[in-house]
Design a protein around this ligand. Structure first.
Ligand code: AMP
Length: 285
């Protein structure tokens, strides 16, 4: 099936009018990798029509340099989406999404928004909720699929849909990793090969924590956090932004392991900031 590319919101709205079947939507910023493609496959389990958007949203970037350097390859992306059952790719311009005079935002305001990514990147989540709300208004999906890789973003978007009574089934899909455990990310391409090698420490450190909790029975997360930081600090080229054990429900720090904890981190290697997380959970039997 060939993928249709639509740039204009009016053209998309007209196309949308004709659709009565269940529609699943995967919003992305492009530079697609297997993590994104897995979201598309997940979308196909929920709906007969799959739409993808590619939009590098200026309102969620804190630095112009980061925005300008964000990788863009729409034709390569469309090739990757061939044969996955994608009907349409929406690629709006910045002017389409934010015309002159644009001034209405969706602002999430509760404690989680100011933690972790929210603390490091002020205004980031307001940019994310605003653009996803706008995309939802234009596309009007029945189902939307996001990645667990951006765990905090997922929680915030799911809450937006609940808080604003939007009739959209929010689906979350597991993180897709390289063979050595590094979470796939469009930012990985910016790593030099020595940096790429060092980046494997992220997943290794999280798996070490998982082993200490589940196999060795360690429960003191405050002590484990010190071990986690020590392990990451062994690599001088790696700078920790945050690395924490938190509740998967509200992202508040946890000091004692009970049934389930999320280890989440952002680290900087060279000039590249990498995010990752892992749910550590006792088997239910
Ligand atoms: P992005 O293009 O980075 O804005 O990501 C678009 C969607 O893909 C978001 O829902 C991300 O959480 C998801 N995503 C990014 N990387 C991965 C990955 N390695 N595995 C699964 N989902 C991912």
């Amino acid at each position: 099936m060939s993928v249709q590319l639509i740039e204009q919101t009016a053209a998309l709205a007209a196309y949308r009018e004709q659709i009565t079947e269940t529609l699943a939507f995967v919003p992305t910023m492009g530079a697609l990798h297997d993590g994104h493609l897995n979201l598309v496959k997940e979308a196909g389990r929920h709906a007969s029509r799959i739409w993808v958007s590619i939009f590098v949203n200026p309102k969620q970037f804190n630095s112009k340099e980061d925005l300008d350097k964000y990788p863009r390859d729409v034709s390569g992306d469309c090739r990757k989406l061939q044969n996955l059952g994608v009907e349409l790719v929406f690629v709006p311009t910045v002017d389409q999404m934010y015309p002159q005079g644009f001034g209405t935002f969706v602002t999430p305001e509760y404690p989680m928004v100011d933690l972790w990514e929210g603390a490091s990147r002020p205004g980031h989540f307001k940019g994310v909720t605003t653009v996803v709300m706008k995309l939802f208004q234009i596309v009007r999906p029945h189902v939307a699929v996001f990645g667990l890789k951006d765990f905090q973003q997922w929680l915030i978007l799911r809450k937006m849909v609940q808080d604003l009574h939007m009739p959209i089934l929010m689906v979350c899909s597991p993180t897709v990793r390289e063979a050595d455990g590094l979470a796939m990310s469009s930012r990985n391409a910016k790593l030099s090969s020595p940096e790429r090698e060092k980046a494997t420490l992220i997943f290794r450190s999280m798996k070490t924590m998982e082993q200490k909790i589940l196999q060795q029975g360690m429960k003191d997360l405050a002590a484990l956090k010190i071990e986690l930081h020590a392990m990451l600090s062994q690599e001088p080229a790696l700078q920790i932004d945050y690395a924490e054990f938190v509740s998967p429900e509200n992202l508040e720090p946890q000091t004692q392991f009970q049934q389930k904890v999320l280890v989440m981190m952002a680290v900087i290697i060279g000039k590249t900031r990498l995010l990752d997380n892992l749910i550590i959970q006792k088997p239910s039997h």
